[in-house]
Design a protein. Structure first.
Length: 367
């Protein structure tokens, strides 16, 4: 009884080993040798001739050779399945050979798609396609090659790409409007500042040009020649000129600043008896404002001319009413040449008399 059981078990083991061995042999790649010299080009619109060797994609390895004068071999690849087949391919241990699998139009035999390289794969529809082997080096000698095809399964259809981008156009438009709307609102709210800022920039450039021209004019000995030009220029200068004046005219010789008023006085080369005075009111208006020129040493100082035209007498120039935040430029030419000169500006602020006197005088000698 025990012997019978042992015999049955032994028979089953041997049978299993034989079955697995047979299956492994069946799964091994079949070896195919090149039949003659493969053509170096695709077949034409007629049927495939006998010179093109037909190869199956079912796990086969093909061995071929490039003769000395041969650089391209073309094989036919037949897909007999009713569905599409994914075919893998590679060249074994040969850097001098390049492989390309080409999917062909079954009516015109033109190339529709291809995949190349040392290793790759390509989906092929039922019918006849092509394998192209190309010499990639080793010219002038015979080269053997070996390439393998692997059937990686079938699938239905080509998987055609459909462009659905048009479906998202309304979304892109809506998203664009949604994102740009806040910017439009901000620009609309700040339109006044943007426009005024542009105008201010234009005014600043214009006023810098005027200030530069004034500086050149003040450097001329005979100021009477440019009196009319100076008068027009000084009357044009506006509020923004105050920040531009220091850049173009340089550091003032006198700078006096309080919460009520800001005073700057410039004197230029070759015009030792001429002063350019800038007055800017701050948070208060000045009424009946006037500028008085005097010498701290007690010498008599008088005014010879004023530009632009203003009422003056002896050592005093009458500016009139100065609005809050306004800027006034006036050029004063003194008579004589006292060594030191200072100035005083006076007027009514909120109905109260106020006088502002800078602490540092100007030396009127040659610079």
């Amino acid at each position: 009884m025990m012997r019978g059981a042992s015999l049955v078990i032994t028979t089953l083991i041997v049978t299993s080993i034989f079955t697995f061995s047979s299956a492994g042999e069946e799964q091994q790649d079949s070896i195919i040798e090149e039949s003659g010299d493969a053509p170096g080009k695709l077949w034409n619109a007629s049927e495939i001739g006998e010179e093109w060797q037909i190869i199956s994609p079912n796990n086969s390895t093909t061995i071929g050779t490039f003769s000395v004068n041969d650089s391209v071999d073309v094989f036919a690849l037949e897909i007999s399945s009713t569905n599409w087949t994914m075919v893998g391919f590679w060249v074994s241990n040969n850097e001098s050979v390049r492989i390309s699998v080409q999917r062909l139009n079954q009516s015109t035999w033109t190339i529709v798609e291809f995949a190349d390289g040392d290793v790759g794969e390509l989906g092929l529809d039922p019918g006849m396609h092509a394998i192209r082997l190309e010499r990639n080096g080793g010219f002038g000698e015979e080269i053997a090659y070996r390439f393998t095809l692997e059937n990686r399964g079938s699938f239905e259809g080509e998987g055609e790409f459909v462009n659905l981008a048009w479906m998202f156009t309304p979304f892109y438009v809506a998203a664009g409007l949604f994102l740009i709307l806040p910017l439009v609102v901000v620009l609309w709210w700040n339109r006044g500042e943007l426009i005024s800022s542009k105008k201010d920039e234009e005014l600043v450039e214009k006023e810098k040009h005027i200030l530069s021209a004034l500086r050149n004019r003040f450097s001329i000995n005979d100021l009477a020649k440019g009196r009319e030009e100076i008068s027009v220029a000084l009357s044009i200068l506006g509020e923004s000129s105050w920040s531009s004046a220091s850049e173009e005219l340089g550091k003032p010789e006198i700078r006096y600043f309080t919460e009520n008023i800001d005073i700057c006085v410039w004197r230029f080369e070759d015009s030792s008896n001429s002063l350019l005075i800038g007055v800017r009111t701050e948070s208060f208006s000045w009424e009946m404002a006037a500028i008085r020129i005097f010498s701290p040493l007690g010498e008599v100082t008088s005014i010879q001319s004023v530009v632009p035209k203003m009422i003056f007498r002896d050592d005093e120039v009458f500016l009139g009413d100065l609005e809050q935040g306004s800027t006034t430029f006036v050029q004063i030419e003194t008579l004589g040449n006292p060594p030191l000169v200072n100035m005083q500006i006076s007027g009514l602020v909120d109905g109260k008399p106020i006088a502002a006197v800078p602490t540092n005088p100007i030396e009127m000698g040659e610079e």
